[in-house]
Write a protein that binds this ligand. Structure first.
Ligand code: CP
Length: 331
């Protein structure tokens, strides 16, 4: 049966159903094999044009979108924002309209302000892919994280996933919370009190997964998202431990005293990781600050799948470009 992901824009995980998410992940599985070939190129998107429009720095996302486009034979163009006419005062929407006039099929956009991809989607005929908008969403990161988890755990439903660090400013955390709860994982978040919102109602999946009865009460139910007071509580018995970078570029005040104290109280060390299940895996979206949110001994251990995440990012972005430009999940 054909699965239903037929959208053109990918603006966030929040907008997707569980079935659509599974459809993208299954499509990415099909594309994965191409990346292991000696000749990593297929004609699937020949004649299509993809523009990368990044207003914020990126190593992984921009490179993997470009590789994904090229491996599918699309023409990939990277716009350098500093040398574009944005530097001469052109508005973002005018820039988008001018790019659109050249008939690209897809514009991949990263911007420091939440909602920019949604704004461009309103004026552009090209499919808009969100490559990270402020502290809002980073949908392809959550998809590649899910692909990594599925590959190593063979499922997502029922897993206990700890997300540790700067939740408040993290678009990766938001997209992952949407995705993981939609697919039935139990998510626990923890970090400094100043960097973990207490009210997650607005984040919890609109299409909730099966709710579990609270053991202490037959009438109360708990959602699949739990805010933990201590990092250790979140990590205990977890199947997946996802560590986030402190988003200093989005912080305009002091949320914790020093990086050293952050590292002592919230950093992932082998000792803390030992609280998780024996076969727990460690994820980090990158860029990683060794010795702050994650110790090198953990980052370089066999439990760390940080480079697998990067590898699966290419397949996920191939799937997203393919689906956004009209392909079906039957690929
Ligand atoms: N994870 C991520 O978005 O990395 P980059 O900032 O390098 O793209």
């Amino acid at each position: 049966m054909e699965k239903p992901f037929r959208r053109s824009d990918l603006l966030g995980i929040r907008d997707l159903s569980a079935e659509e998410i599974r459809g993208i992940l299954d499509t990415a599985e099909n594309f994965r094999e191409i990346n292991a070939r000696e000749i990593k190129k297929v004609p699937t998107l020949r004649g299509k044009t993809v523009i990368n429009l990044f207003f914020e720095n990126s190593t992984r996302t921009r490179t993997s979108f470009e590789l994904a486009a090229k491996r599918l034979s699309a023409d990939a163009i990277n716009i350098s924002v500093s040398s574009s006419s944005l530097a001469k005062g052109e508005t973002l929407v005018d820039t988008a309209l001018n790019l659109d006039a050249m008939d690209p099929d897809c514009i991949v956009v990263r911007h420091g302000s939440a909602g920019v991809p949604h704004q461009l989607a309103k004026v552009s005929r090209a499919a808009i892919i969100n490559a990270g908008d402020g502290a809002n969403e980073h949908p392809t990161q959550a998809l590649l994280d899910a692909m990594t988890i599925r590959e190593h755990k063979k499922k997502i439903e029922g897993l206990e996933v700890a997300i540790i660090g700067d939740i408040l400013h993290s678009r990766v955390a938001r997209s992952n919370i949407h995705l993981l709860t939609k697919l039935g994982a139990n998510v626990r978040v923890a970090g400094p009190g100043t960097l973990v919102p207490r009210d997650f109602e607005y984040l919890i999946a609109r299409e909730p997964c099966k709710k579990k009865k609270n053991k202490s009460s037959k009438t109360e139910e708990r959602t699949s998202l739990t805010v933990c007071d201590h990092v250790e509580d979140a990590i205990e018995n977890a199947d997946v431990v996802m560590i986030l970078r402190i988003q200093r570029e989005r912080q305009n005040s002091a949320y914790f005293p020093t990086l050293r104290e952050y590292s002592i109280h919230y950093g992932l060390t082998n000792e803390r990781l030992d609280l998780a299940k024996k076969d727990a895996i460690v994820l980090h979206p990158g860029p990683m600050n060794r010795g702050i949110e994650i110790a090198s001994e953990v980052a370089d251990s066999s439990r760390s799948l940080i480079l697998d995440q990067v590898k699966y990012g290419v397949a996920v972005r191939m799937a997203v470009l393919y689906l956004a430009t009209g392909g079906s999940t039957q690929a």
